[in-house]
Each structure stands twice: as C-alpha cells, then as structure tokens.
Design a protein around this ligand. Sequence first.
Ligand SMILES: NC(=O)c1ccc[n+]([C@@H]2O[C@H](COP(=O)([O-])OP(=O)(O)OC[C@H]3O[C@@H](n4cnc5c(N)ncnc54)[C@H](OP(=O)(O)O)[C@@H]3O)[C@@H](O)[C@H]2O)c1
Length: 332
Amino acid sequence: MERRTIGAAALSVGAVGLGCMPMSWAYSGSRQRGEESLRAVDRALDLGSTLLDTADMYGPFTNELLLGRVLKERRADAFVSTKVGLLAGEQHIVANGRPGYVKRACDASLRRLQTDVIDLYQLHRADPEVPVEETWGAMAELVGAGKVRALGLCAVGVRGGRRTGAGLYDTTIRQLRRVQQVFPVGAVQAELSVWSPEALRTLLPWCTARGVGFLAAMPLGNGFLTGTLTPGEGFEPDDMRARHPRFTAEMMAANQPIVAGLRRIAARHGESVTPGQVALAWVLAQGRHVVPVPGAKQERWVSENAGAADLRLTAEDLAEVAALPAARGSWD
Ligand SMILES: NC(=O)c1ccc[n+]([C@@H]2O[C@H](COP(=O)([O-])OP(=O)(O)OC[C@H]3O[C@@H](n4cnc5c(N)ncnc54)[C@H](OP(=O)(O)O)[C@@H]3O)[C@@H](O)[C@H]2O)c1
C-alpha cells in the first residue's frame, strides 16, 4: 500500500488506516465480536493498513486491550494511535486534562496495548477546567520520556449550537496555535468525508501550511456512504446512529442522492469498485498528509477499504463529488 507521512517527525504509515472504535464502542454492542475483530486487525496489517486508531475511552479500555493482543505479536507491523483525556461514565462523558492524570493514563494505555511506545498520542478533548498548554506540556514530557513518539489533537464533537459552517473549527485552531507554542503538533484528527467536508475550509489548510498530518475520522459517514444501509431499518439503542440526525429514516432517504453519486463514479472505475471506496479515495485526494481511518470490525470491510488506496479519482470524479447535494440532517 502507498505510504504517507505524518507531521514533522515524518512518521510513515499506510495511506488507509483502520479505525478500531466500532469493535468496542459507539456501534451496536450485539455485533461486536472479539475474535472477528482480531482477524480484522491482522488483515489490516497484512494489507499495509498500519495505522490503528483507538482510544482509552473505547470500551472503555477494552478496545486497547483487544489491540494489545495483536500488538504483542505484531508490534513492528503497526503504527499505534491512541487518545487520552476523555472518560466515559454510564450516561455521560467527561474530559480530564490534568497533567498527573495524563501521565497515569499513558502508562495504563501502554500496559493495555502491550507495547512500550505509542506512535501518536492524541488529546481526545481539551478539558475546559485545565489550560490546554498544561495538558499538552504533560503529553510533551511523555515524548521526552520515550513513551510517545508524536502528539495529536482531536477536533471531533465540535458540532452544535452556533458553531457550524465556516466557524466550525475556530476554537480548534485557537487551541492548535496555543499548543504549538509548547510542543509541535504531529497530527490533527477531525471528521472529513464526502458528506462532512467542513474541515476543508480552514482546519485542513491550517495543517497543510504547517506540515501537520491529518487523520480523517468517520470517512465513511458512519457507514452511510458505503450504500449498505437501508433507510428505516433502524439501529439498536446503543448504536450512536439511533440518535444521529442524519440517520433518521427520513434523512437517510433524503441523502440517497449522495450515495447514488458515489455509485456512478464507482461504476466508471470498474465493476468491483464500491461507493465506500470512492468515499475513501476522495478523502485521500485531499492531500498527501491526509490519512483516512475508516472504522471496521469485519475482515471483508477492511480489505475493501484498503483497496481504496489504489483508486485514483479523476478531475471529473472530484468535480462530480463537489457538485453532490449537501447532506441533510443537522445537529442544530
Ligand atoms: N477522535 C474522535 O473523537 C473520534 C470520533 C469518531 C471516530 N473517530 C475515529 O474514526 C474512526 C472512523 O469513524 P467511525 O468508525 O465512527 O465511522 P466510519 O469509518 O465513517 O464508518 C464506520 C462504519 O462503517 C462500516 N463500514 C466500514 N467499512 C465498510 C465497508 N467497506 N462497507 C460497508 N460498511 C463499512 C462499519 O461497519 P462494521 O462496524 O460492521 O465493520 C461501521 O459501521 C473510528 O473508528 C475512530 O478511530 C475518532
């Protein structure tokens, strides 16, 4: 698989990564099967999808434990990307960016992941009670201690209220400017997909101008852009899409023209090319420092997603994506 580099440290990863969240978190618990997920991770590494994106919060903790079982045998094949700073309770999520906590959390992640170094350690959310420089300073000390190779900042969950459109990433960019004064940002992780392209306006250009890597979260629109979901079929109550405004039966039906457009483009590239692969190839086309991390827990999806690294969209394809209708269904 094509390789891409992340940040000033020029860490090398396969162009398409693997988001490990659906194996343990946010998607229907009844469909999560440890052994199947382990095979999916192995398959990703076999195919060169080296970047494994996880977080201590996924599970909580079980996703890192799962990856640890693979990393114990195959650490050299993988690029480990995990996160700190969010704690999950039964019904709520709370940020913790206190320096002492960050250092303890890192040691715990290293133990669960069965490794002695994390390649990319990301701040999952800034803690409103702690100046972000203090949290970032603690993370930088972990680099100094050899426990972490590079630092990243996540900017997911920024929707809602008046923070939409052009201003969606204003707060993130202010945070990035502040933490850059303390220690270089290796990568930013934010939502970027055909139906959520907002990061292209300000956040991705900010990264591009500074040689900062970009991890595209939710590049498949939480599965919608693959065209495999049927409007009205519903989601289990523990699946985040049961509460997601774009996943009501009405909005899924209203957004079908987006999938139809991806299908049209896929058909031009061959019978076996899928809308999901076009969605990933579109993300890959946004810059040589952009790495999509499609979430998947099945081997067949992992293989299909890795195949997107070989798909080159033409200028005509990209123009067609740009002309697709904007997604309907809003958090506001
Ligand atoms: N930093 C943050 O706060 C944050 C927030 C959200 C996500 N993320 C990261 O971004 C990653 C990706 O986001 P995501 O997993 O929520 O959304 P996504 O990648 O847009 O979509 C994942 C969904 O698509 C399905 N899928 C994957 N490949 C498919 C294929 N080829 N055909 C049909 N369906 C396919 C998966 O099904 P199965 O589950 O059945 O395999 C899963 O339901 C996460 O895993 C996580 O690492 C980070």
